[in-house]
Design a protein around this ligand. Structure first.
Ligand code: ADP
Ligand code: 5GP
Length: 236
């Protein structure tokens, strides 16, 4: 049986890398796809750990050779997911987690309709600005123009939350990590044996609470703070 493809999207600075890094040590048999990018490494980022850092020319060669499942231009740089490592992980019986922006997620959903889609939201624009500033400070200098652009982009991305079956709000990282692990476990159970213990049932209940249709009360203040209108959740 083919593995499960999990897609997670979030505005930059929401804490997606922090969440994914924590998940690595918690969840077995989940391969983390390492994307390709034409941007230069940031802070302590390492080749093949956060990204494969390649030139624009090399990226364009890979596009023309059809090597990407999806790619997008985000903040003026290319980002893309190569097909081969995903196929290899599935062949080994593993599931795969893609950390990818909303444009890329939509391209992948069109090709792989049974993917599990998760959107991570920051609790508010103020929290997001604070996190973006502290990360920039830790990596060198804070550039207010970049922060401003990322905040505006965050709002646009959050407008797409209805495309995602599950919504997480990263106010407390530990909680978001637990919820994400519960979603992975629940999706695996739903495709395999179903729950067999009380712990399994608790994981399923935790994941259910994160379904978009059950998250309305939790996400409403976030949507309002970002000025996203017409905020009724729709069943997915
Ligand atoms: P992303 O990968 O979404 O761009 P990061 O994981 O790099 O975001 O997180 C951005 C900043 O926010 C980092 O400094 C990180 O330590 C911090 N952060 C992440 N999650 C939380 C949280 N729940 N509460 C407070 N700070 C957080
Ligand atoms: P950052 O430069 O902050 O690491 O990432 C910027 C944005 O690019 C994030 O929204 C991230 O999800 C997105 N991104 C990272 N890898 C990929 C990818 O392979 N494909 C697409 N479409 N977006 C990606």
């Amino acid at each position: 049986m083919a593995g499960i493809l999990f897609l997670i999207s979030a505005p930059s600075g929401s804490g997606k890398s922090s969440l994914v890094n924590r998940l690595r040590s918690l969840v077995e048999n989940l391969e983390f796809s390492v994307s390709y990018t034409s941007r230069t490494p940031r802070g302590s980022e390492q080749e093949a750990r956060e990204y494969h850092f390649i030139s624009r020319d090399e990226f364009e060669r890979m596009i023309h050779a059809g090597e990407f499942l999806e790619y997008a231009d985000v903040f003026g740089n290319y980002y893309g997911t190569a097909r081969q490592p995903i196929n290899e992980a599935f062949a080994k019986g593993k599931d795969v987690l893609l950390d990818i922006d909303v444009q890329g997620a939509s391209q992948v959903r069109n090709k792989m309709s049974d993917s599990v889609n998760i959107f991570l939201m920051p609790p508010s624009p103020d929290d997001l600005a604070y996190r973006l500033r502290s990360r920039s400070r830790a990596e060198g200098a804070v550039q207010e123009e970049i922060i401003r652009r990322r905040l505006a982009k965050a709002r646009e991305e959050i407008e797409n939350y209805r495309e995602y079956g599950y919504i997480l709000v990263n106010d407390i990282l530990d909680r978001a990590v637990e919820e994400m692990a519960a979603i992975v476990a629940a999706e695996r159970m739903s495709r395999n044996h179903g729950p067999s213990t009380r712990d399994d049932e608790e994981l399923i209940a935790k994941a259910e609470k994160c379904r978009q249709r059950n998250s309305e009360v939790r996400i409403k203040p976030v949507l309002q703070a970002f000025g996203v209108v017409n905020a009724e959740a729709t069943p997915v």
